[in-house]
Structure formats: C-alpha cells, structure tokens
Ligand binder design. Structure first.
Ligand SMILES: *Cc1c(COP(=O)(O)O)cnc(C)c1O
Length: 252
C-alpha cells in the first residue's frame, strides 16, 4: 500500500473515531488509536509514524522484534529521531518462552489472562530491577474473553475480579492499567454490544479494588466494530485493515 493511502486511511479512521465519540457524547480525545501491525512490512509502519501515529500493537513476537529493530534503525538514520517516538504493545497471546522477548521489545502486554503469566512478568521485572538497581513496574492489560468464545484467549469474565485482585496484591512489579477484549466476532450487533458491556462493567469492578482506581484503559474495537466500541466505553481501538488494507501474507 502506498504511503499516501495509509495517510488518508488514518485521517478517515480518526474521523470515524471522532464521529463515534461525538455521537456518544464523549470527548474524542479520550480515545486512542492503536495500529494493529501484524504482517505489515516496515515501510507501512514507517508511513504511519510519519503521519504522526505513535501507538502500535503486535500479535506475533517475532514480528514485534523485527518491526521494533527496524523502527529503531530508521530512527537512527534520521536527523530527527524524535520523529519515531512510539509505543508498542503486545495484543496477541504470548507463550511463556516468548515472554522475555515480548517485554524487551514491547512497552506493555495487553493480553495477560492468567495469574501465572502475570507472575512470570513480575519475576522477570524483579530480576531486571536487581540488575539495574531500579524499582520499575511493567504495565499490562488483562484480556477478557467477553464473548465466551472457544477461539479466543482471555480470562472468563466471572474469574476476572479475583485474578486482578491477586495480581495487584501479590505482584509488586506488574501494573494493571485496564482491560482488553476482542469481543463477539459476529454480525449480530446485540452480541457485540453485550461483550463490550461485559468488559466495561468489569472495568468498573476492577477500579473498585484497592490500588486499581487508575486502571482505566479499555482496549476494544477493531475495523468492523470501532463505532460500537466507542459507544460502549472504549478508550483505545485497535485498527489494522482500515489503515493498512488486507494483510499481505497472513494465514486465512
Ligand atoms: C488483527 C487484530 C486487530 C485489528 O483488526 P482489523 O479488523 O484488521 O482492524 C485488533 N486486535 C487484535 C487482537 C488483532 O489481532
């Protein structure tokens, strides 16, 4: 896809977000745009960065690594490296043997759906802190399987509050910033809305827990359902197709 096309698509998506926010009586500034980067060549990501985008999400850790290294190299070869200031999150399932690479290359993991994974992140961050004489925390989102879909990862909604409580009580080097969900993958509007509302209600419950009053992120909404997601409380939509077009080389 051409640079110009990507730039125009971004303008269109941002306008969709703005219209959806206004229709819902929300401030458009409350909703962040994360670009879903899976299977995109580096030049497409660079085009988005040049268009002013600063947030990327990756599903696959090898692609995350390649893209981050590529963006850093591009930044070094530019006279103005701040032009490439961006943040990246992991938005796909992470196997435990990929966790340390995920933490090295991404600023946040948005798909934590069990205590054990959170404990591994905490442990890894604790080791890095020892080495660096630091007390940094690693940010995460908890992924909710809000549509009860067999094909999706995510914590069951009924188990989420207990898991969140345990993570926040027992893991000092992990910081829960909110929730992420994919939601119902269907043309049935009501089912999609139900999954977003389940997630929104869990977010409210989360913020009642000690230490989690600031866990406000609700990452939900993709190309096909971003308006519904914004209407139902999303603070971050994850958009791939509407910006980059069909994914070259992705498995069907
Ligand atoms: C691919 C993907 C997206 C973006 O989907 P589009 O429909 O292409 O916008 C968002 N979230 C996750 C987790 C994804 O895997």
């Amino acid at each position: 896809m051409k640079k110009e096309e990507i730039r125009n698509n971004i303008v269109r998506v941002r306008e969709r977000i703005r219209q959806a926010a206004l229709a819902a009586g929300r401030d458009p500034g409350e909703i962040k745009l994360m670009l879903a980067a899976k299977y995109q060549p580096l030049e497409n990501l660079l085009a988005a960065v040049e268009a002013g985008e600063t947030l990327f999400g990756h599903n696959l850790i090898p692609q995350l690594e390649t893209a981050e290294i590529g963006l850093r190299e591009a930044a070094e070869s530019l006279s103005d490296p701040t032009a490439l200031r961006h943040r990246t999150a992991v938005i796909g399932h992470v196997q435990s043997n990929k966790l340390s690479a995920a933490m090295e290359y991404a600023d946040r993991i948005d798909t934590v759906d069990n205590f054990k994974t959170a404990r591994r992140i905490n442990h890894r961050r604790a080791l890095l802190n020892e080495k660096d004489a630091a007390d940094a925390v690693y940010p995460i989102l908890l992924q909710v399987n809000s549509a009860h879909a067999d094909t999706q990862f995510g914590c069951a909604p009924k188990d989420l509050p207990e898991m969140a409580k345990r993570i926040s009580e027992e893991l000092p080097f992990v910081k829960i910033e909110g929730l992420m969900t994919i939601g119902a993958n269907t043309a049935d509007r009501e089912a999609v809305i139900r999954s977003f509302e389940i997630t929104r209600a869990l977010g409210a419950q989360l913020r009642e827990l000690p230490g989690l009053s600031e866990a406000k992120e609700l990452s939900m909404g993709m190309t096909g359902d971003l308006e519904l997601a914004v209407e139902h409380g999303s603070t971050m939509v994850r958009i791939g197709t509407a910006v980059f077009g069909p994914r070259p080389g992705a498995p069907k």
